[in-house]
Design a binder for this molecule. Structure first.
Ligand code: SF4
Length: 360
């Protein structure tokens, strides 16, 4: 008898517990259906939102790609004529055409209106035409009339006179001189030799004039078969340029390679490893800016003597229509210019001498 009492009590407890569970279950059932319905409805909505987000991202990307390329930094090779005969030259004397000064100014104004901030005058040799007067007038026009933040020149330096600095130096931000070797024999082998004139001595004279007339001084070197083993540390430090651009020798079909080219640059070409070796030897030079073939490719906006953009995507220079005929926006679409690579290679830098804060 005394055993039956707790058993009956436990049975009662179990019964109560079962009733509670059953009433809880009936409370949970509608909650379960409500949750299921909510998520089932919300699922497609969320998927739709996600899809819309993706589409708007794609649209934004497309819109970005549709945006006209800004010609922030332009290289205007207004002449192809040169007094040197560098064996690897990749802008050769295929024509002797130079635009009339007023037409060139008109084109530069179009570029400024399209967003140009920096112009670099190059060639050929830009000081050859009209003894540098044509170039001087364009430099002055770009600084005074167009108020461009940066005006620069790339030259082999052999034809520059002090008078030019007196007349135009104040309007020029940067003068880049090409120098591939400090050994005169190597310069002769490359084709930069000029009879009795010493390219290296000339470079030192130009360095001094840049200091005297407050023009930032830069050096450009093309690393090739004949200078790849050279150690230039000492000479570059002594010249103390603001930038030392070091290019890997580049093959361009129709310019320095192929049946219709004026040069055969194949014997100058070096491998990527050899180029790396040169850079490694000069890694302590803080102003060194390396440019491998990969970096150079498509990261320059190049205008030729007719003011046509040159597209180098296919390893040769295919011209667009002239900006003077179709405007900048239409012509630049055919430039093959890769803005991302331009930024990646450091194409945008402190390029105005007012901002360089140089200790002249
Ligand atoms: S100095 Fe420049 S433009 Fe003249 S031949 Fe040499 S690489 Fe070509």
């Amino acid at each position: 008898m005394w055993i039956l009492v707790p058993v009956a009590f436990a049975g009662k407890l179990l019964n109560v517990f079962r009733q509670q569970l059953s009433s809880m279950w009936w409370t949970l059932v509608p909650l379960f259906f409500w949750l299921k319905a909510t998520f089932w409805l919300a699922g497609p909505h969320r998927r739709q939102q996600k899809q819309q987000g993706k589409e708007s991202k794609d649209e934004k990307q497309e819109a970005k790609e549709d945006l006209p390329t800004t010609p922030t930094s332009v290289n205007y090779h207004f002449t192809r004529q040169c007094n040197y005969k560098c064996g690897f030259c990749f802008h050769t004397a295929k024509t002797s055409f130079v635009l009339p000064l007023e037409e060139a100014k008109r084109g530069l104004l179009l570029l400024k209106d399209a967003g140009m901030e920096k112009i670099n005058f190059s060639g050929g040799e830009p000081f050859l035409h009209d003894r540098g007067e044509y170039l001087g007038k364009l430099v002055k026009f770009c600084k005074v009339e167009l108020q461009l933040p940066s005006v620069s020149i790339v030259s082999n330096g052999s034809l520059i006179r002090e008078r030019w600095f007196k007349n135009y130096g104040e309007y020029l931000d940067i003068l880049a001189i090409s120098c591939d070797s400090f050994d005169e024999q190597v310069n002769v082998l490359i084709g930069r030799g000029q009879g009795k004139k010493n390219h290296v001595e000339n470079l030192q004279k130009l360095r001094k004039w840049c200091r005297d007339y407050r023009v930032a001084f830069k050096i450009n070197s093309v690393i090739n078969r004949f200078n790849v083993e050279e150690d230039m540390n000492e000479q570059i430090r002594a010249l103390n340029p603001v930038r030392w651009k070091v290019f890997q020798c580049l093959i361009i079909e129709g310019e320095n390679s192929g049946p219709d080219a004026l040069r055969e640059a194949e014997r100058f070409v070096i491998s990527d490893e050899e180029f790396e070796g040169f850079l490694d030897r000069h890694k302590e030079v803080s102003c060194l800016v390396p440019e491998s073939n990969q970096k150079m490719k498509d990261s320059y906006l190049i205008l030729d003597e007719y003011m046509r953009f040159l597209n180098c995507r296919n390893g040769r220079k295919d011209p667009s229509k002239s900006i003077l005929d179709v405007g900048v926006e239409a012509a630049i679409k055919f430039s093959g210019f890769d803005e991302r690579m331009f930024l990646k290679r450091g194409g945008k830098y402190v390029w105005s001498k007012a901002d360089l804060k140089l200790d002249w």
